[in-house]
Design a protein around this ligand. Structure first.
Ligand SMILES: [Mg+2]
Length: 268
């Protein structure tokens, strides 16, 4: 990525909309205010453990990782576009939305401040309709490049189909290209089936996501151990045709057992 006007999007925008790989649920949220630090979360709140993940997601460290992911994606796409010339191939990229293109951390922080367990996803639908997500830093440049070079863009997300008009409006409002109903494929069929829609008419050259099922259905429903094995098996894809984005706020890893050093704790 050659320029970083997007960092400002990260610094100013704290909001966004995301959808869990597993598919959240519905209901109501009210505010759209950003820039919460989660510092007001009570230690008595049973979900206060979520604060650390949100702090990371809203940190410059996360922004740097997002920039890195988009930069790798764009470098890969440039090579593919250069190699395409003269062959008439119709290239496409398939991108997840939430916590890949869109930053939804403001919703999660708002819920946490109210000591609400956002992983019940009962505030999500309202966010899809009324929320004000921001782009992750680097996203705008990547999609502008893809669009300018005739690469088809498919947005494959587990956002609610019944909120599709709102999601289309959100994406258009953020200036993303190729936001048309046929290229924004929401929750219903598996992500594999929706990726097949893009593959029917294009050569899909890049998959982008923050959750492993964004890349292959084998990850969906797999245990933590199975996912680990699958990541090792598919290691050659990452950073090449599969581009992973950081998301410390939710995911199928959330309740995975910890792997601890077996030595008993001894204090000096
Ligand atoms: Mg996502």
């Amino acid at each position: 990525m050659s320029n970083f006007p997007l960092v400002s999007a990260l610094v100013t925008g704290v909001a966004a909309a995301a959808l869990v790989a597993a598919n959240p649920a519905a209901s109501s949220i009210a505010s759209t205010t950003a820039s919460t630090t989660a510092s007001t979360v009570s230690e008595d709140c049973p979900v206060s453990e979520y604060a650390m993940g949100i702090r990371y997601q809203q940190s410059a460290h996360s922004a740097a990782a997002q920039l890195q992911s988009w930069s790798v994606a764009e470098a890969r796409l440039k090579k593919l576009v250069a190699g395409r010339r003269g062959h008439g191939e119709q290239l496409a990229v398939v991108s997840d939305l939430d916590e890949t293109v869109l930053d939804n951390s403001a919703l999660l922080a708002r819920d946490l401040e109210a000591c609400h367990t956002y992983t019940t996803w009962d505030t999500w639908s309202d966010w899809e309709v009324r929320g004000t997500p921001s782009l992750t830093p680097g996203a705008a440049d990547f999609f502008e490049y893809a669009d300018r070079h005739g690469v088809a863009i498919y947005y494959v997300s587990d956002r609610f189909e019944e909120n599709k008009e709102s999601t289309l409006a959100t994406l258009r409002g953020l200036g993303l290209p190729q936001v048309v109903p046929g290229q924004v494929l929401l929750y219903g069929p598996s992500k594999e089936e929706r990726r097949a829609v893009a593959e029917a008419e294009h050569k899909v050259v890049l998959l982008l996501g923050d959750s492993l099922p964004d890349f292959h259905d084998d990850f969906d429903g797999a245990t933590a151990g199975e996912q680990e094995e699958l990541v090792a098996r598919h290691a050659g894809h990452f950073g090449r045709d599969w581009i992973m984005f950081p998301n410390a706020t939710y995911g199928s890893w959330r309740k995975a057992p910890l792997e601890a050093w077996e030595q008993p704790l001894t204090l000096p």
